[in-house]
Design a protein around this ligand. Structure first.
Ligand SMILES: NC(=O)c1ccc[n+]([C@@H]2O[C@H](COP(=O)([O-])OP(=O)(O)OC[C@H]3O[C@@H](n4cnc5c(N)ncnc54)[C@H](OP(=O)(O)O)[C@@H]3O)[C@@H](O)[C@H]2O)c1
Length: 275
């Protein structure tokens, strides 16, 4: 499979690394463009793929085009390459806020478009990607996109109307969890642990807890109860978290990030257009 990728920043690199590690495509069959030539050189050096800045050229002969620019750049870069992009090529956009319908609007009629919303843990094969098909995408296209992103973690099909919520939860989520881990590490340091040991303990604890939720299928509250011995130390920690407002803070984090996800093409400080 020949893959072209337009944009290769934080997320693009995570996905590219995952694709190469999983053997979805050979290095020689992947071509990437970035905005700056210097970035393209770095990508070529670090990943061993072809990289440049010519969007119209990079899509020639590809089977799959992945667009990983910021949302504001998605439609402009696709307009640049629309003339060299046959309608049979599957276009996958990783951008928040840009609908499949708006992407279809700038491409040749009938072009299959799929939206995918991965997250940066794709870099280590533990990504979570939501997938939604545009109006011309067939089952085989969605299956191909699932194959690509299953190689770097898990995928789930989600109605496109939920994509802002997905963005606020699982795409922004790693940042929230990193902050939780960072804080737990500081707690361990305060309790006397060397930082390196505290970091391993905190990160593995978060990973293991997530694995328990997925593996047991039990409600997180039940799993929490299993750790909370009557009159033990965990209940004191939970009370401290309730006092600190952890629950509300995380609910608001996801809710406000989801709200903002729908407005990413609106400059900050201005009001979003009415729906
Ligand atoms: N970051 C995440 O965790 C995450 C998660 C889920 C979805 N997303 C989505 O993924 C997309 C990328 O996010 P990101 O965080 O990876 O952004 P980023 O780090 O800013 O990367 C954007 C990339 O696009 C390139 N680019 C900009 N204009 C271009 C153009 N005209 N032609 C070709 N390439 C161009 C940039 O090139 P230069 O480096 O040369 O400027 C850069 O490589 C966004 O749409 C975002 O909504 C991100």
């Amino acid at each position: 499979m020949k893959i072209a990728m337009i944009g290769c920043g934080h997320l693009g690199r995570a996905v590219l690394q995952g694709i190469l590690d999983a053997g979805i495509a050979k290095r020689g069959s992947v071509s990437v463009t970035t905005h700056h030539a210097a970035t393209a050189q770095t990508v070529a050096k670090n990943f061993g793929v072809k990289a440049g800045t010519d969007n119209a050229a990079v899509v020639r002969g590809c089977d799959l085009l992945i667009v990983a620019t910021k949302p504001t750049q998605v439609l402009p870069v696709l307009r640049e390459c629309a003339a060299t992009l046959p309608a049979k090529v599957l276009v996958v956009s990783l951008a928040a806020a840009i609908s499949t319908a708006s992407i279809e609007g700038v491409l040749a009629k009938g072009t299959p478009v799929v939206r995918a919303m991965p997250n940066t843990p794709a870099l280590v094969g533990c990504g979570m990607t939501a997938v939604a098909a545009g109006q011309h995408a067939r089952e085989k296209h969605v299956v191909l996109v699932e194959r690509v992103f299953n190689a770097v973690g898990r995928t789930i099909r989600v109605d496109e109307k939920h994509f802002d919520a997905v963005t606020g939860l699982s795409a922004s989520g790693p940042a929230f969890v990193f902050m939780v881990i960072e804080s737990m590490v500081d707690g361990g340091v305060k309790a006397g642990l060397p930082r390196q040991i505290a970091t391993l303990l905190a990160a593995q604890t978060v990973m293991g807890s997530g694995a328990m939720v997925l593996g047991t299928g039990q409600h997180p509250a039940l799993l929490k109860a299993g750790v909370t011995t009557p009159a033990g130390c965990t209940i004191d920690g939970l009370i401290a978290l309730e006092e600190g407002g952890l629950r509300v803070a995380l609910i608001k984090a996801v809710a406000t990030a989801s709200l903002r996800a729908g407005q990413l093409c609106v400059p900050t400080g201005t009001s979003a257009p009415k729906a």
